[in-house]
Design a protein around this ligand. Structure first.
Ligand SMILES: [Zn+2]
Length: 388
């Protein structure tokens, strides 16, 4: 059996990740071209193809690929290199890529330049080892995820890059465990209308604000049927996050709008979410009051892969071989591009990466260098298993 791991070197992984962290790719505001060029150069330096693609100003993506020794399935490796601004309270330079006691620090260390660095090194190792797999690996380093995926993964899907893929692996931080799905997101606006009147004669009016308050209490008492035992947060959630009403202290408000952030579990749809809210509003109507529900943002759809699907089984086997124990399966509370690849490109998709979710978007973001090295070995090994 060929030993791919001999081509996966700790120093290579370390220096590549450090370079990527030092190349700032903040989104917002959203200029990530320098880091895209760096990734393209690193791929070319390793005799791998690199094409830069972009539509949105300031955003660039890098695509590479590696052909196997015969025809077969396509496997996508996807990860984003845009990062959120560092914020305050860092003990180290957020763009220094410093190595301290086994951890590499910096914005993007966990979320998720470490995953991309591991994928690049793994792709290179498969090439050098002339690994005998069938089909091909399509590598997508996307520069637009943190403020929506329009210029990143959705562009890849629109342009059909790797569209025939059987599997997609997204290197979001999972601490070397497998994320088989994620919750979905809808933003919803409720408008409650009533009738204005002088506050000295409130019985003539219909108070939209008080009606909205009753509706919000009703929404708080909602119980949800959807449930997924493997999800980090196994149930849906509904949070009322903004409210506007009233024009003057002595006028009965004729209008009140409030916003809802609704997180979904697989099985739920825009329609089921809307109906459930409308039912609560209906129960709390009174004379002169009407209410309307509008979905203002269809974020990501919830999804979960079957734990028995070939992608989960193949990746679990690779992890067991490299790490020595089987991974835990879970569903992410937040949303990822794996959901777009699953729903919009109809590809079996999961997340697996070396990063730690708890340090993502936080001060002193870091990743254990040893785990990045392990992830590279798992990516390479899983490609051999999935594309055999
Ligand atoms: Zn991320």
């Amino acid at each position: 059996m060929i030993d791919i791991n001999q081509y996966i070197k700790k120093d290579d992984v370390r220096s590549l990740l450090q370079k990527m962290i030092r190349s700032q790719s903040l989104n917002p505001p959203g200029d990530v071209r320098e880091c895209a060029n760096l990734i393209a150069d690193e791929l070319k330096r390793r005799d791998l193809p690199a094409e830069i693609l972009g539509e949105k100003p300031g955003v660039a993506n890098v695509v590479s690929s590696l052909e196997g020794q015969a025809g077969g399935k396509t496997l996508i490796w996807n990860g984003h290199f845009d990062v959120v601004p560092p914020g305050e309270n860092w003990a180290v330079d957020p763009f220094g890529g410093e190595l301290r006691e086994g951890y590499i620090y910096g914005r993007g260390a966990s979320d998720m330049k470490s995953g991309l660095a591991a994928m690049i090194v793994a792709l290179d190792a498969l090439r050098k080892a002339k690994a005998p797999f069938k089909g091909r690996i399509v590598f997508q380093a996307v520069g637009d995820e943190e403020t929506g995926s329009e210029g990143g993964t959705l562009l890849m899907i629109r342009r059909q890059i790797g569209a025939d893929a059987a599997y997609a692996l997204v290197s979001e931080p999972t601490n070397l465990q497998i994320s088989i799905g994620n919750r979905g997101l809808r933003w919803i606006e409720v408008t409650v209308k009533g009738r204005a009147s002088h506050a000295g004669r409130p019985h003539i009016g219909a108070n939209a604000l008080q009606a909205a308050a009753r509706m919000i209490s009703g929404l708080e008492k909602l119980t949800f049927k959807a449930h997924h035992p493997l999800f980090e947060i196994p149930s849906p959630s509904l949070s009322v996050t903004q409210i506007q009403a009233g024009t003057k202290i002595n006028i009965i408000p004729e209008r009140c709008t409030f916003s809802i952030d609704r997180r979904m579990i697989p099985g739920e749809t825009s329609e089921s979410v809307r109906q459930e809210i409308e039912e609560v509003l209906r129960q709390n109507l009174s004379e002169g009051i009407s209410a309307e529900v509008r979905i203002t943002h269809e974020g990501w759809d919830p999804y979960a892969l079957d734990p028995a699907s070939p992608l989960v089984v193949g990746l679990s086997r690779a992890i067991k071989e490299v790490v020595g124990e089987s991974p835990k399966l879970k569903g992410k509370a937040g949303c990822t591009d794996a959901s777009h690849l699953f729903h919009k490109a109809h590809i079996s998709s999961i997340c697996f990466g070396p990063g730690l979710e708890d340090t993502a978007h936080a001060a002193n973001e870091r990743v254990a260098l040893e785990k990045v090295l392990t992830a590279a070995k798992v990516y390479a090994r899983s490609a051999m298993i999935l594309l055999k």
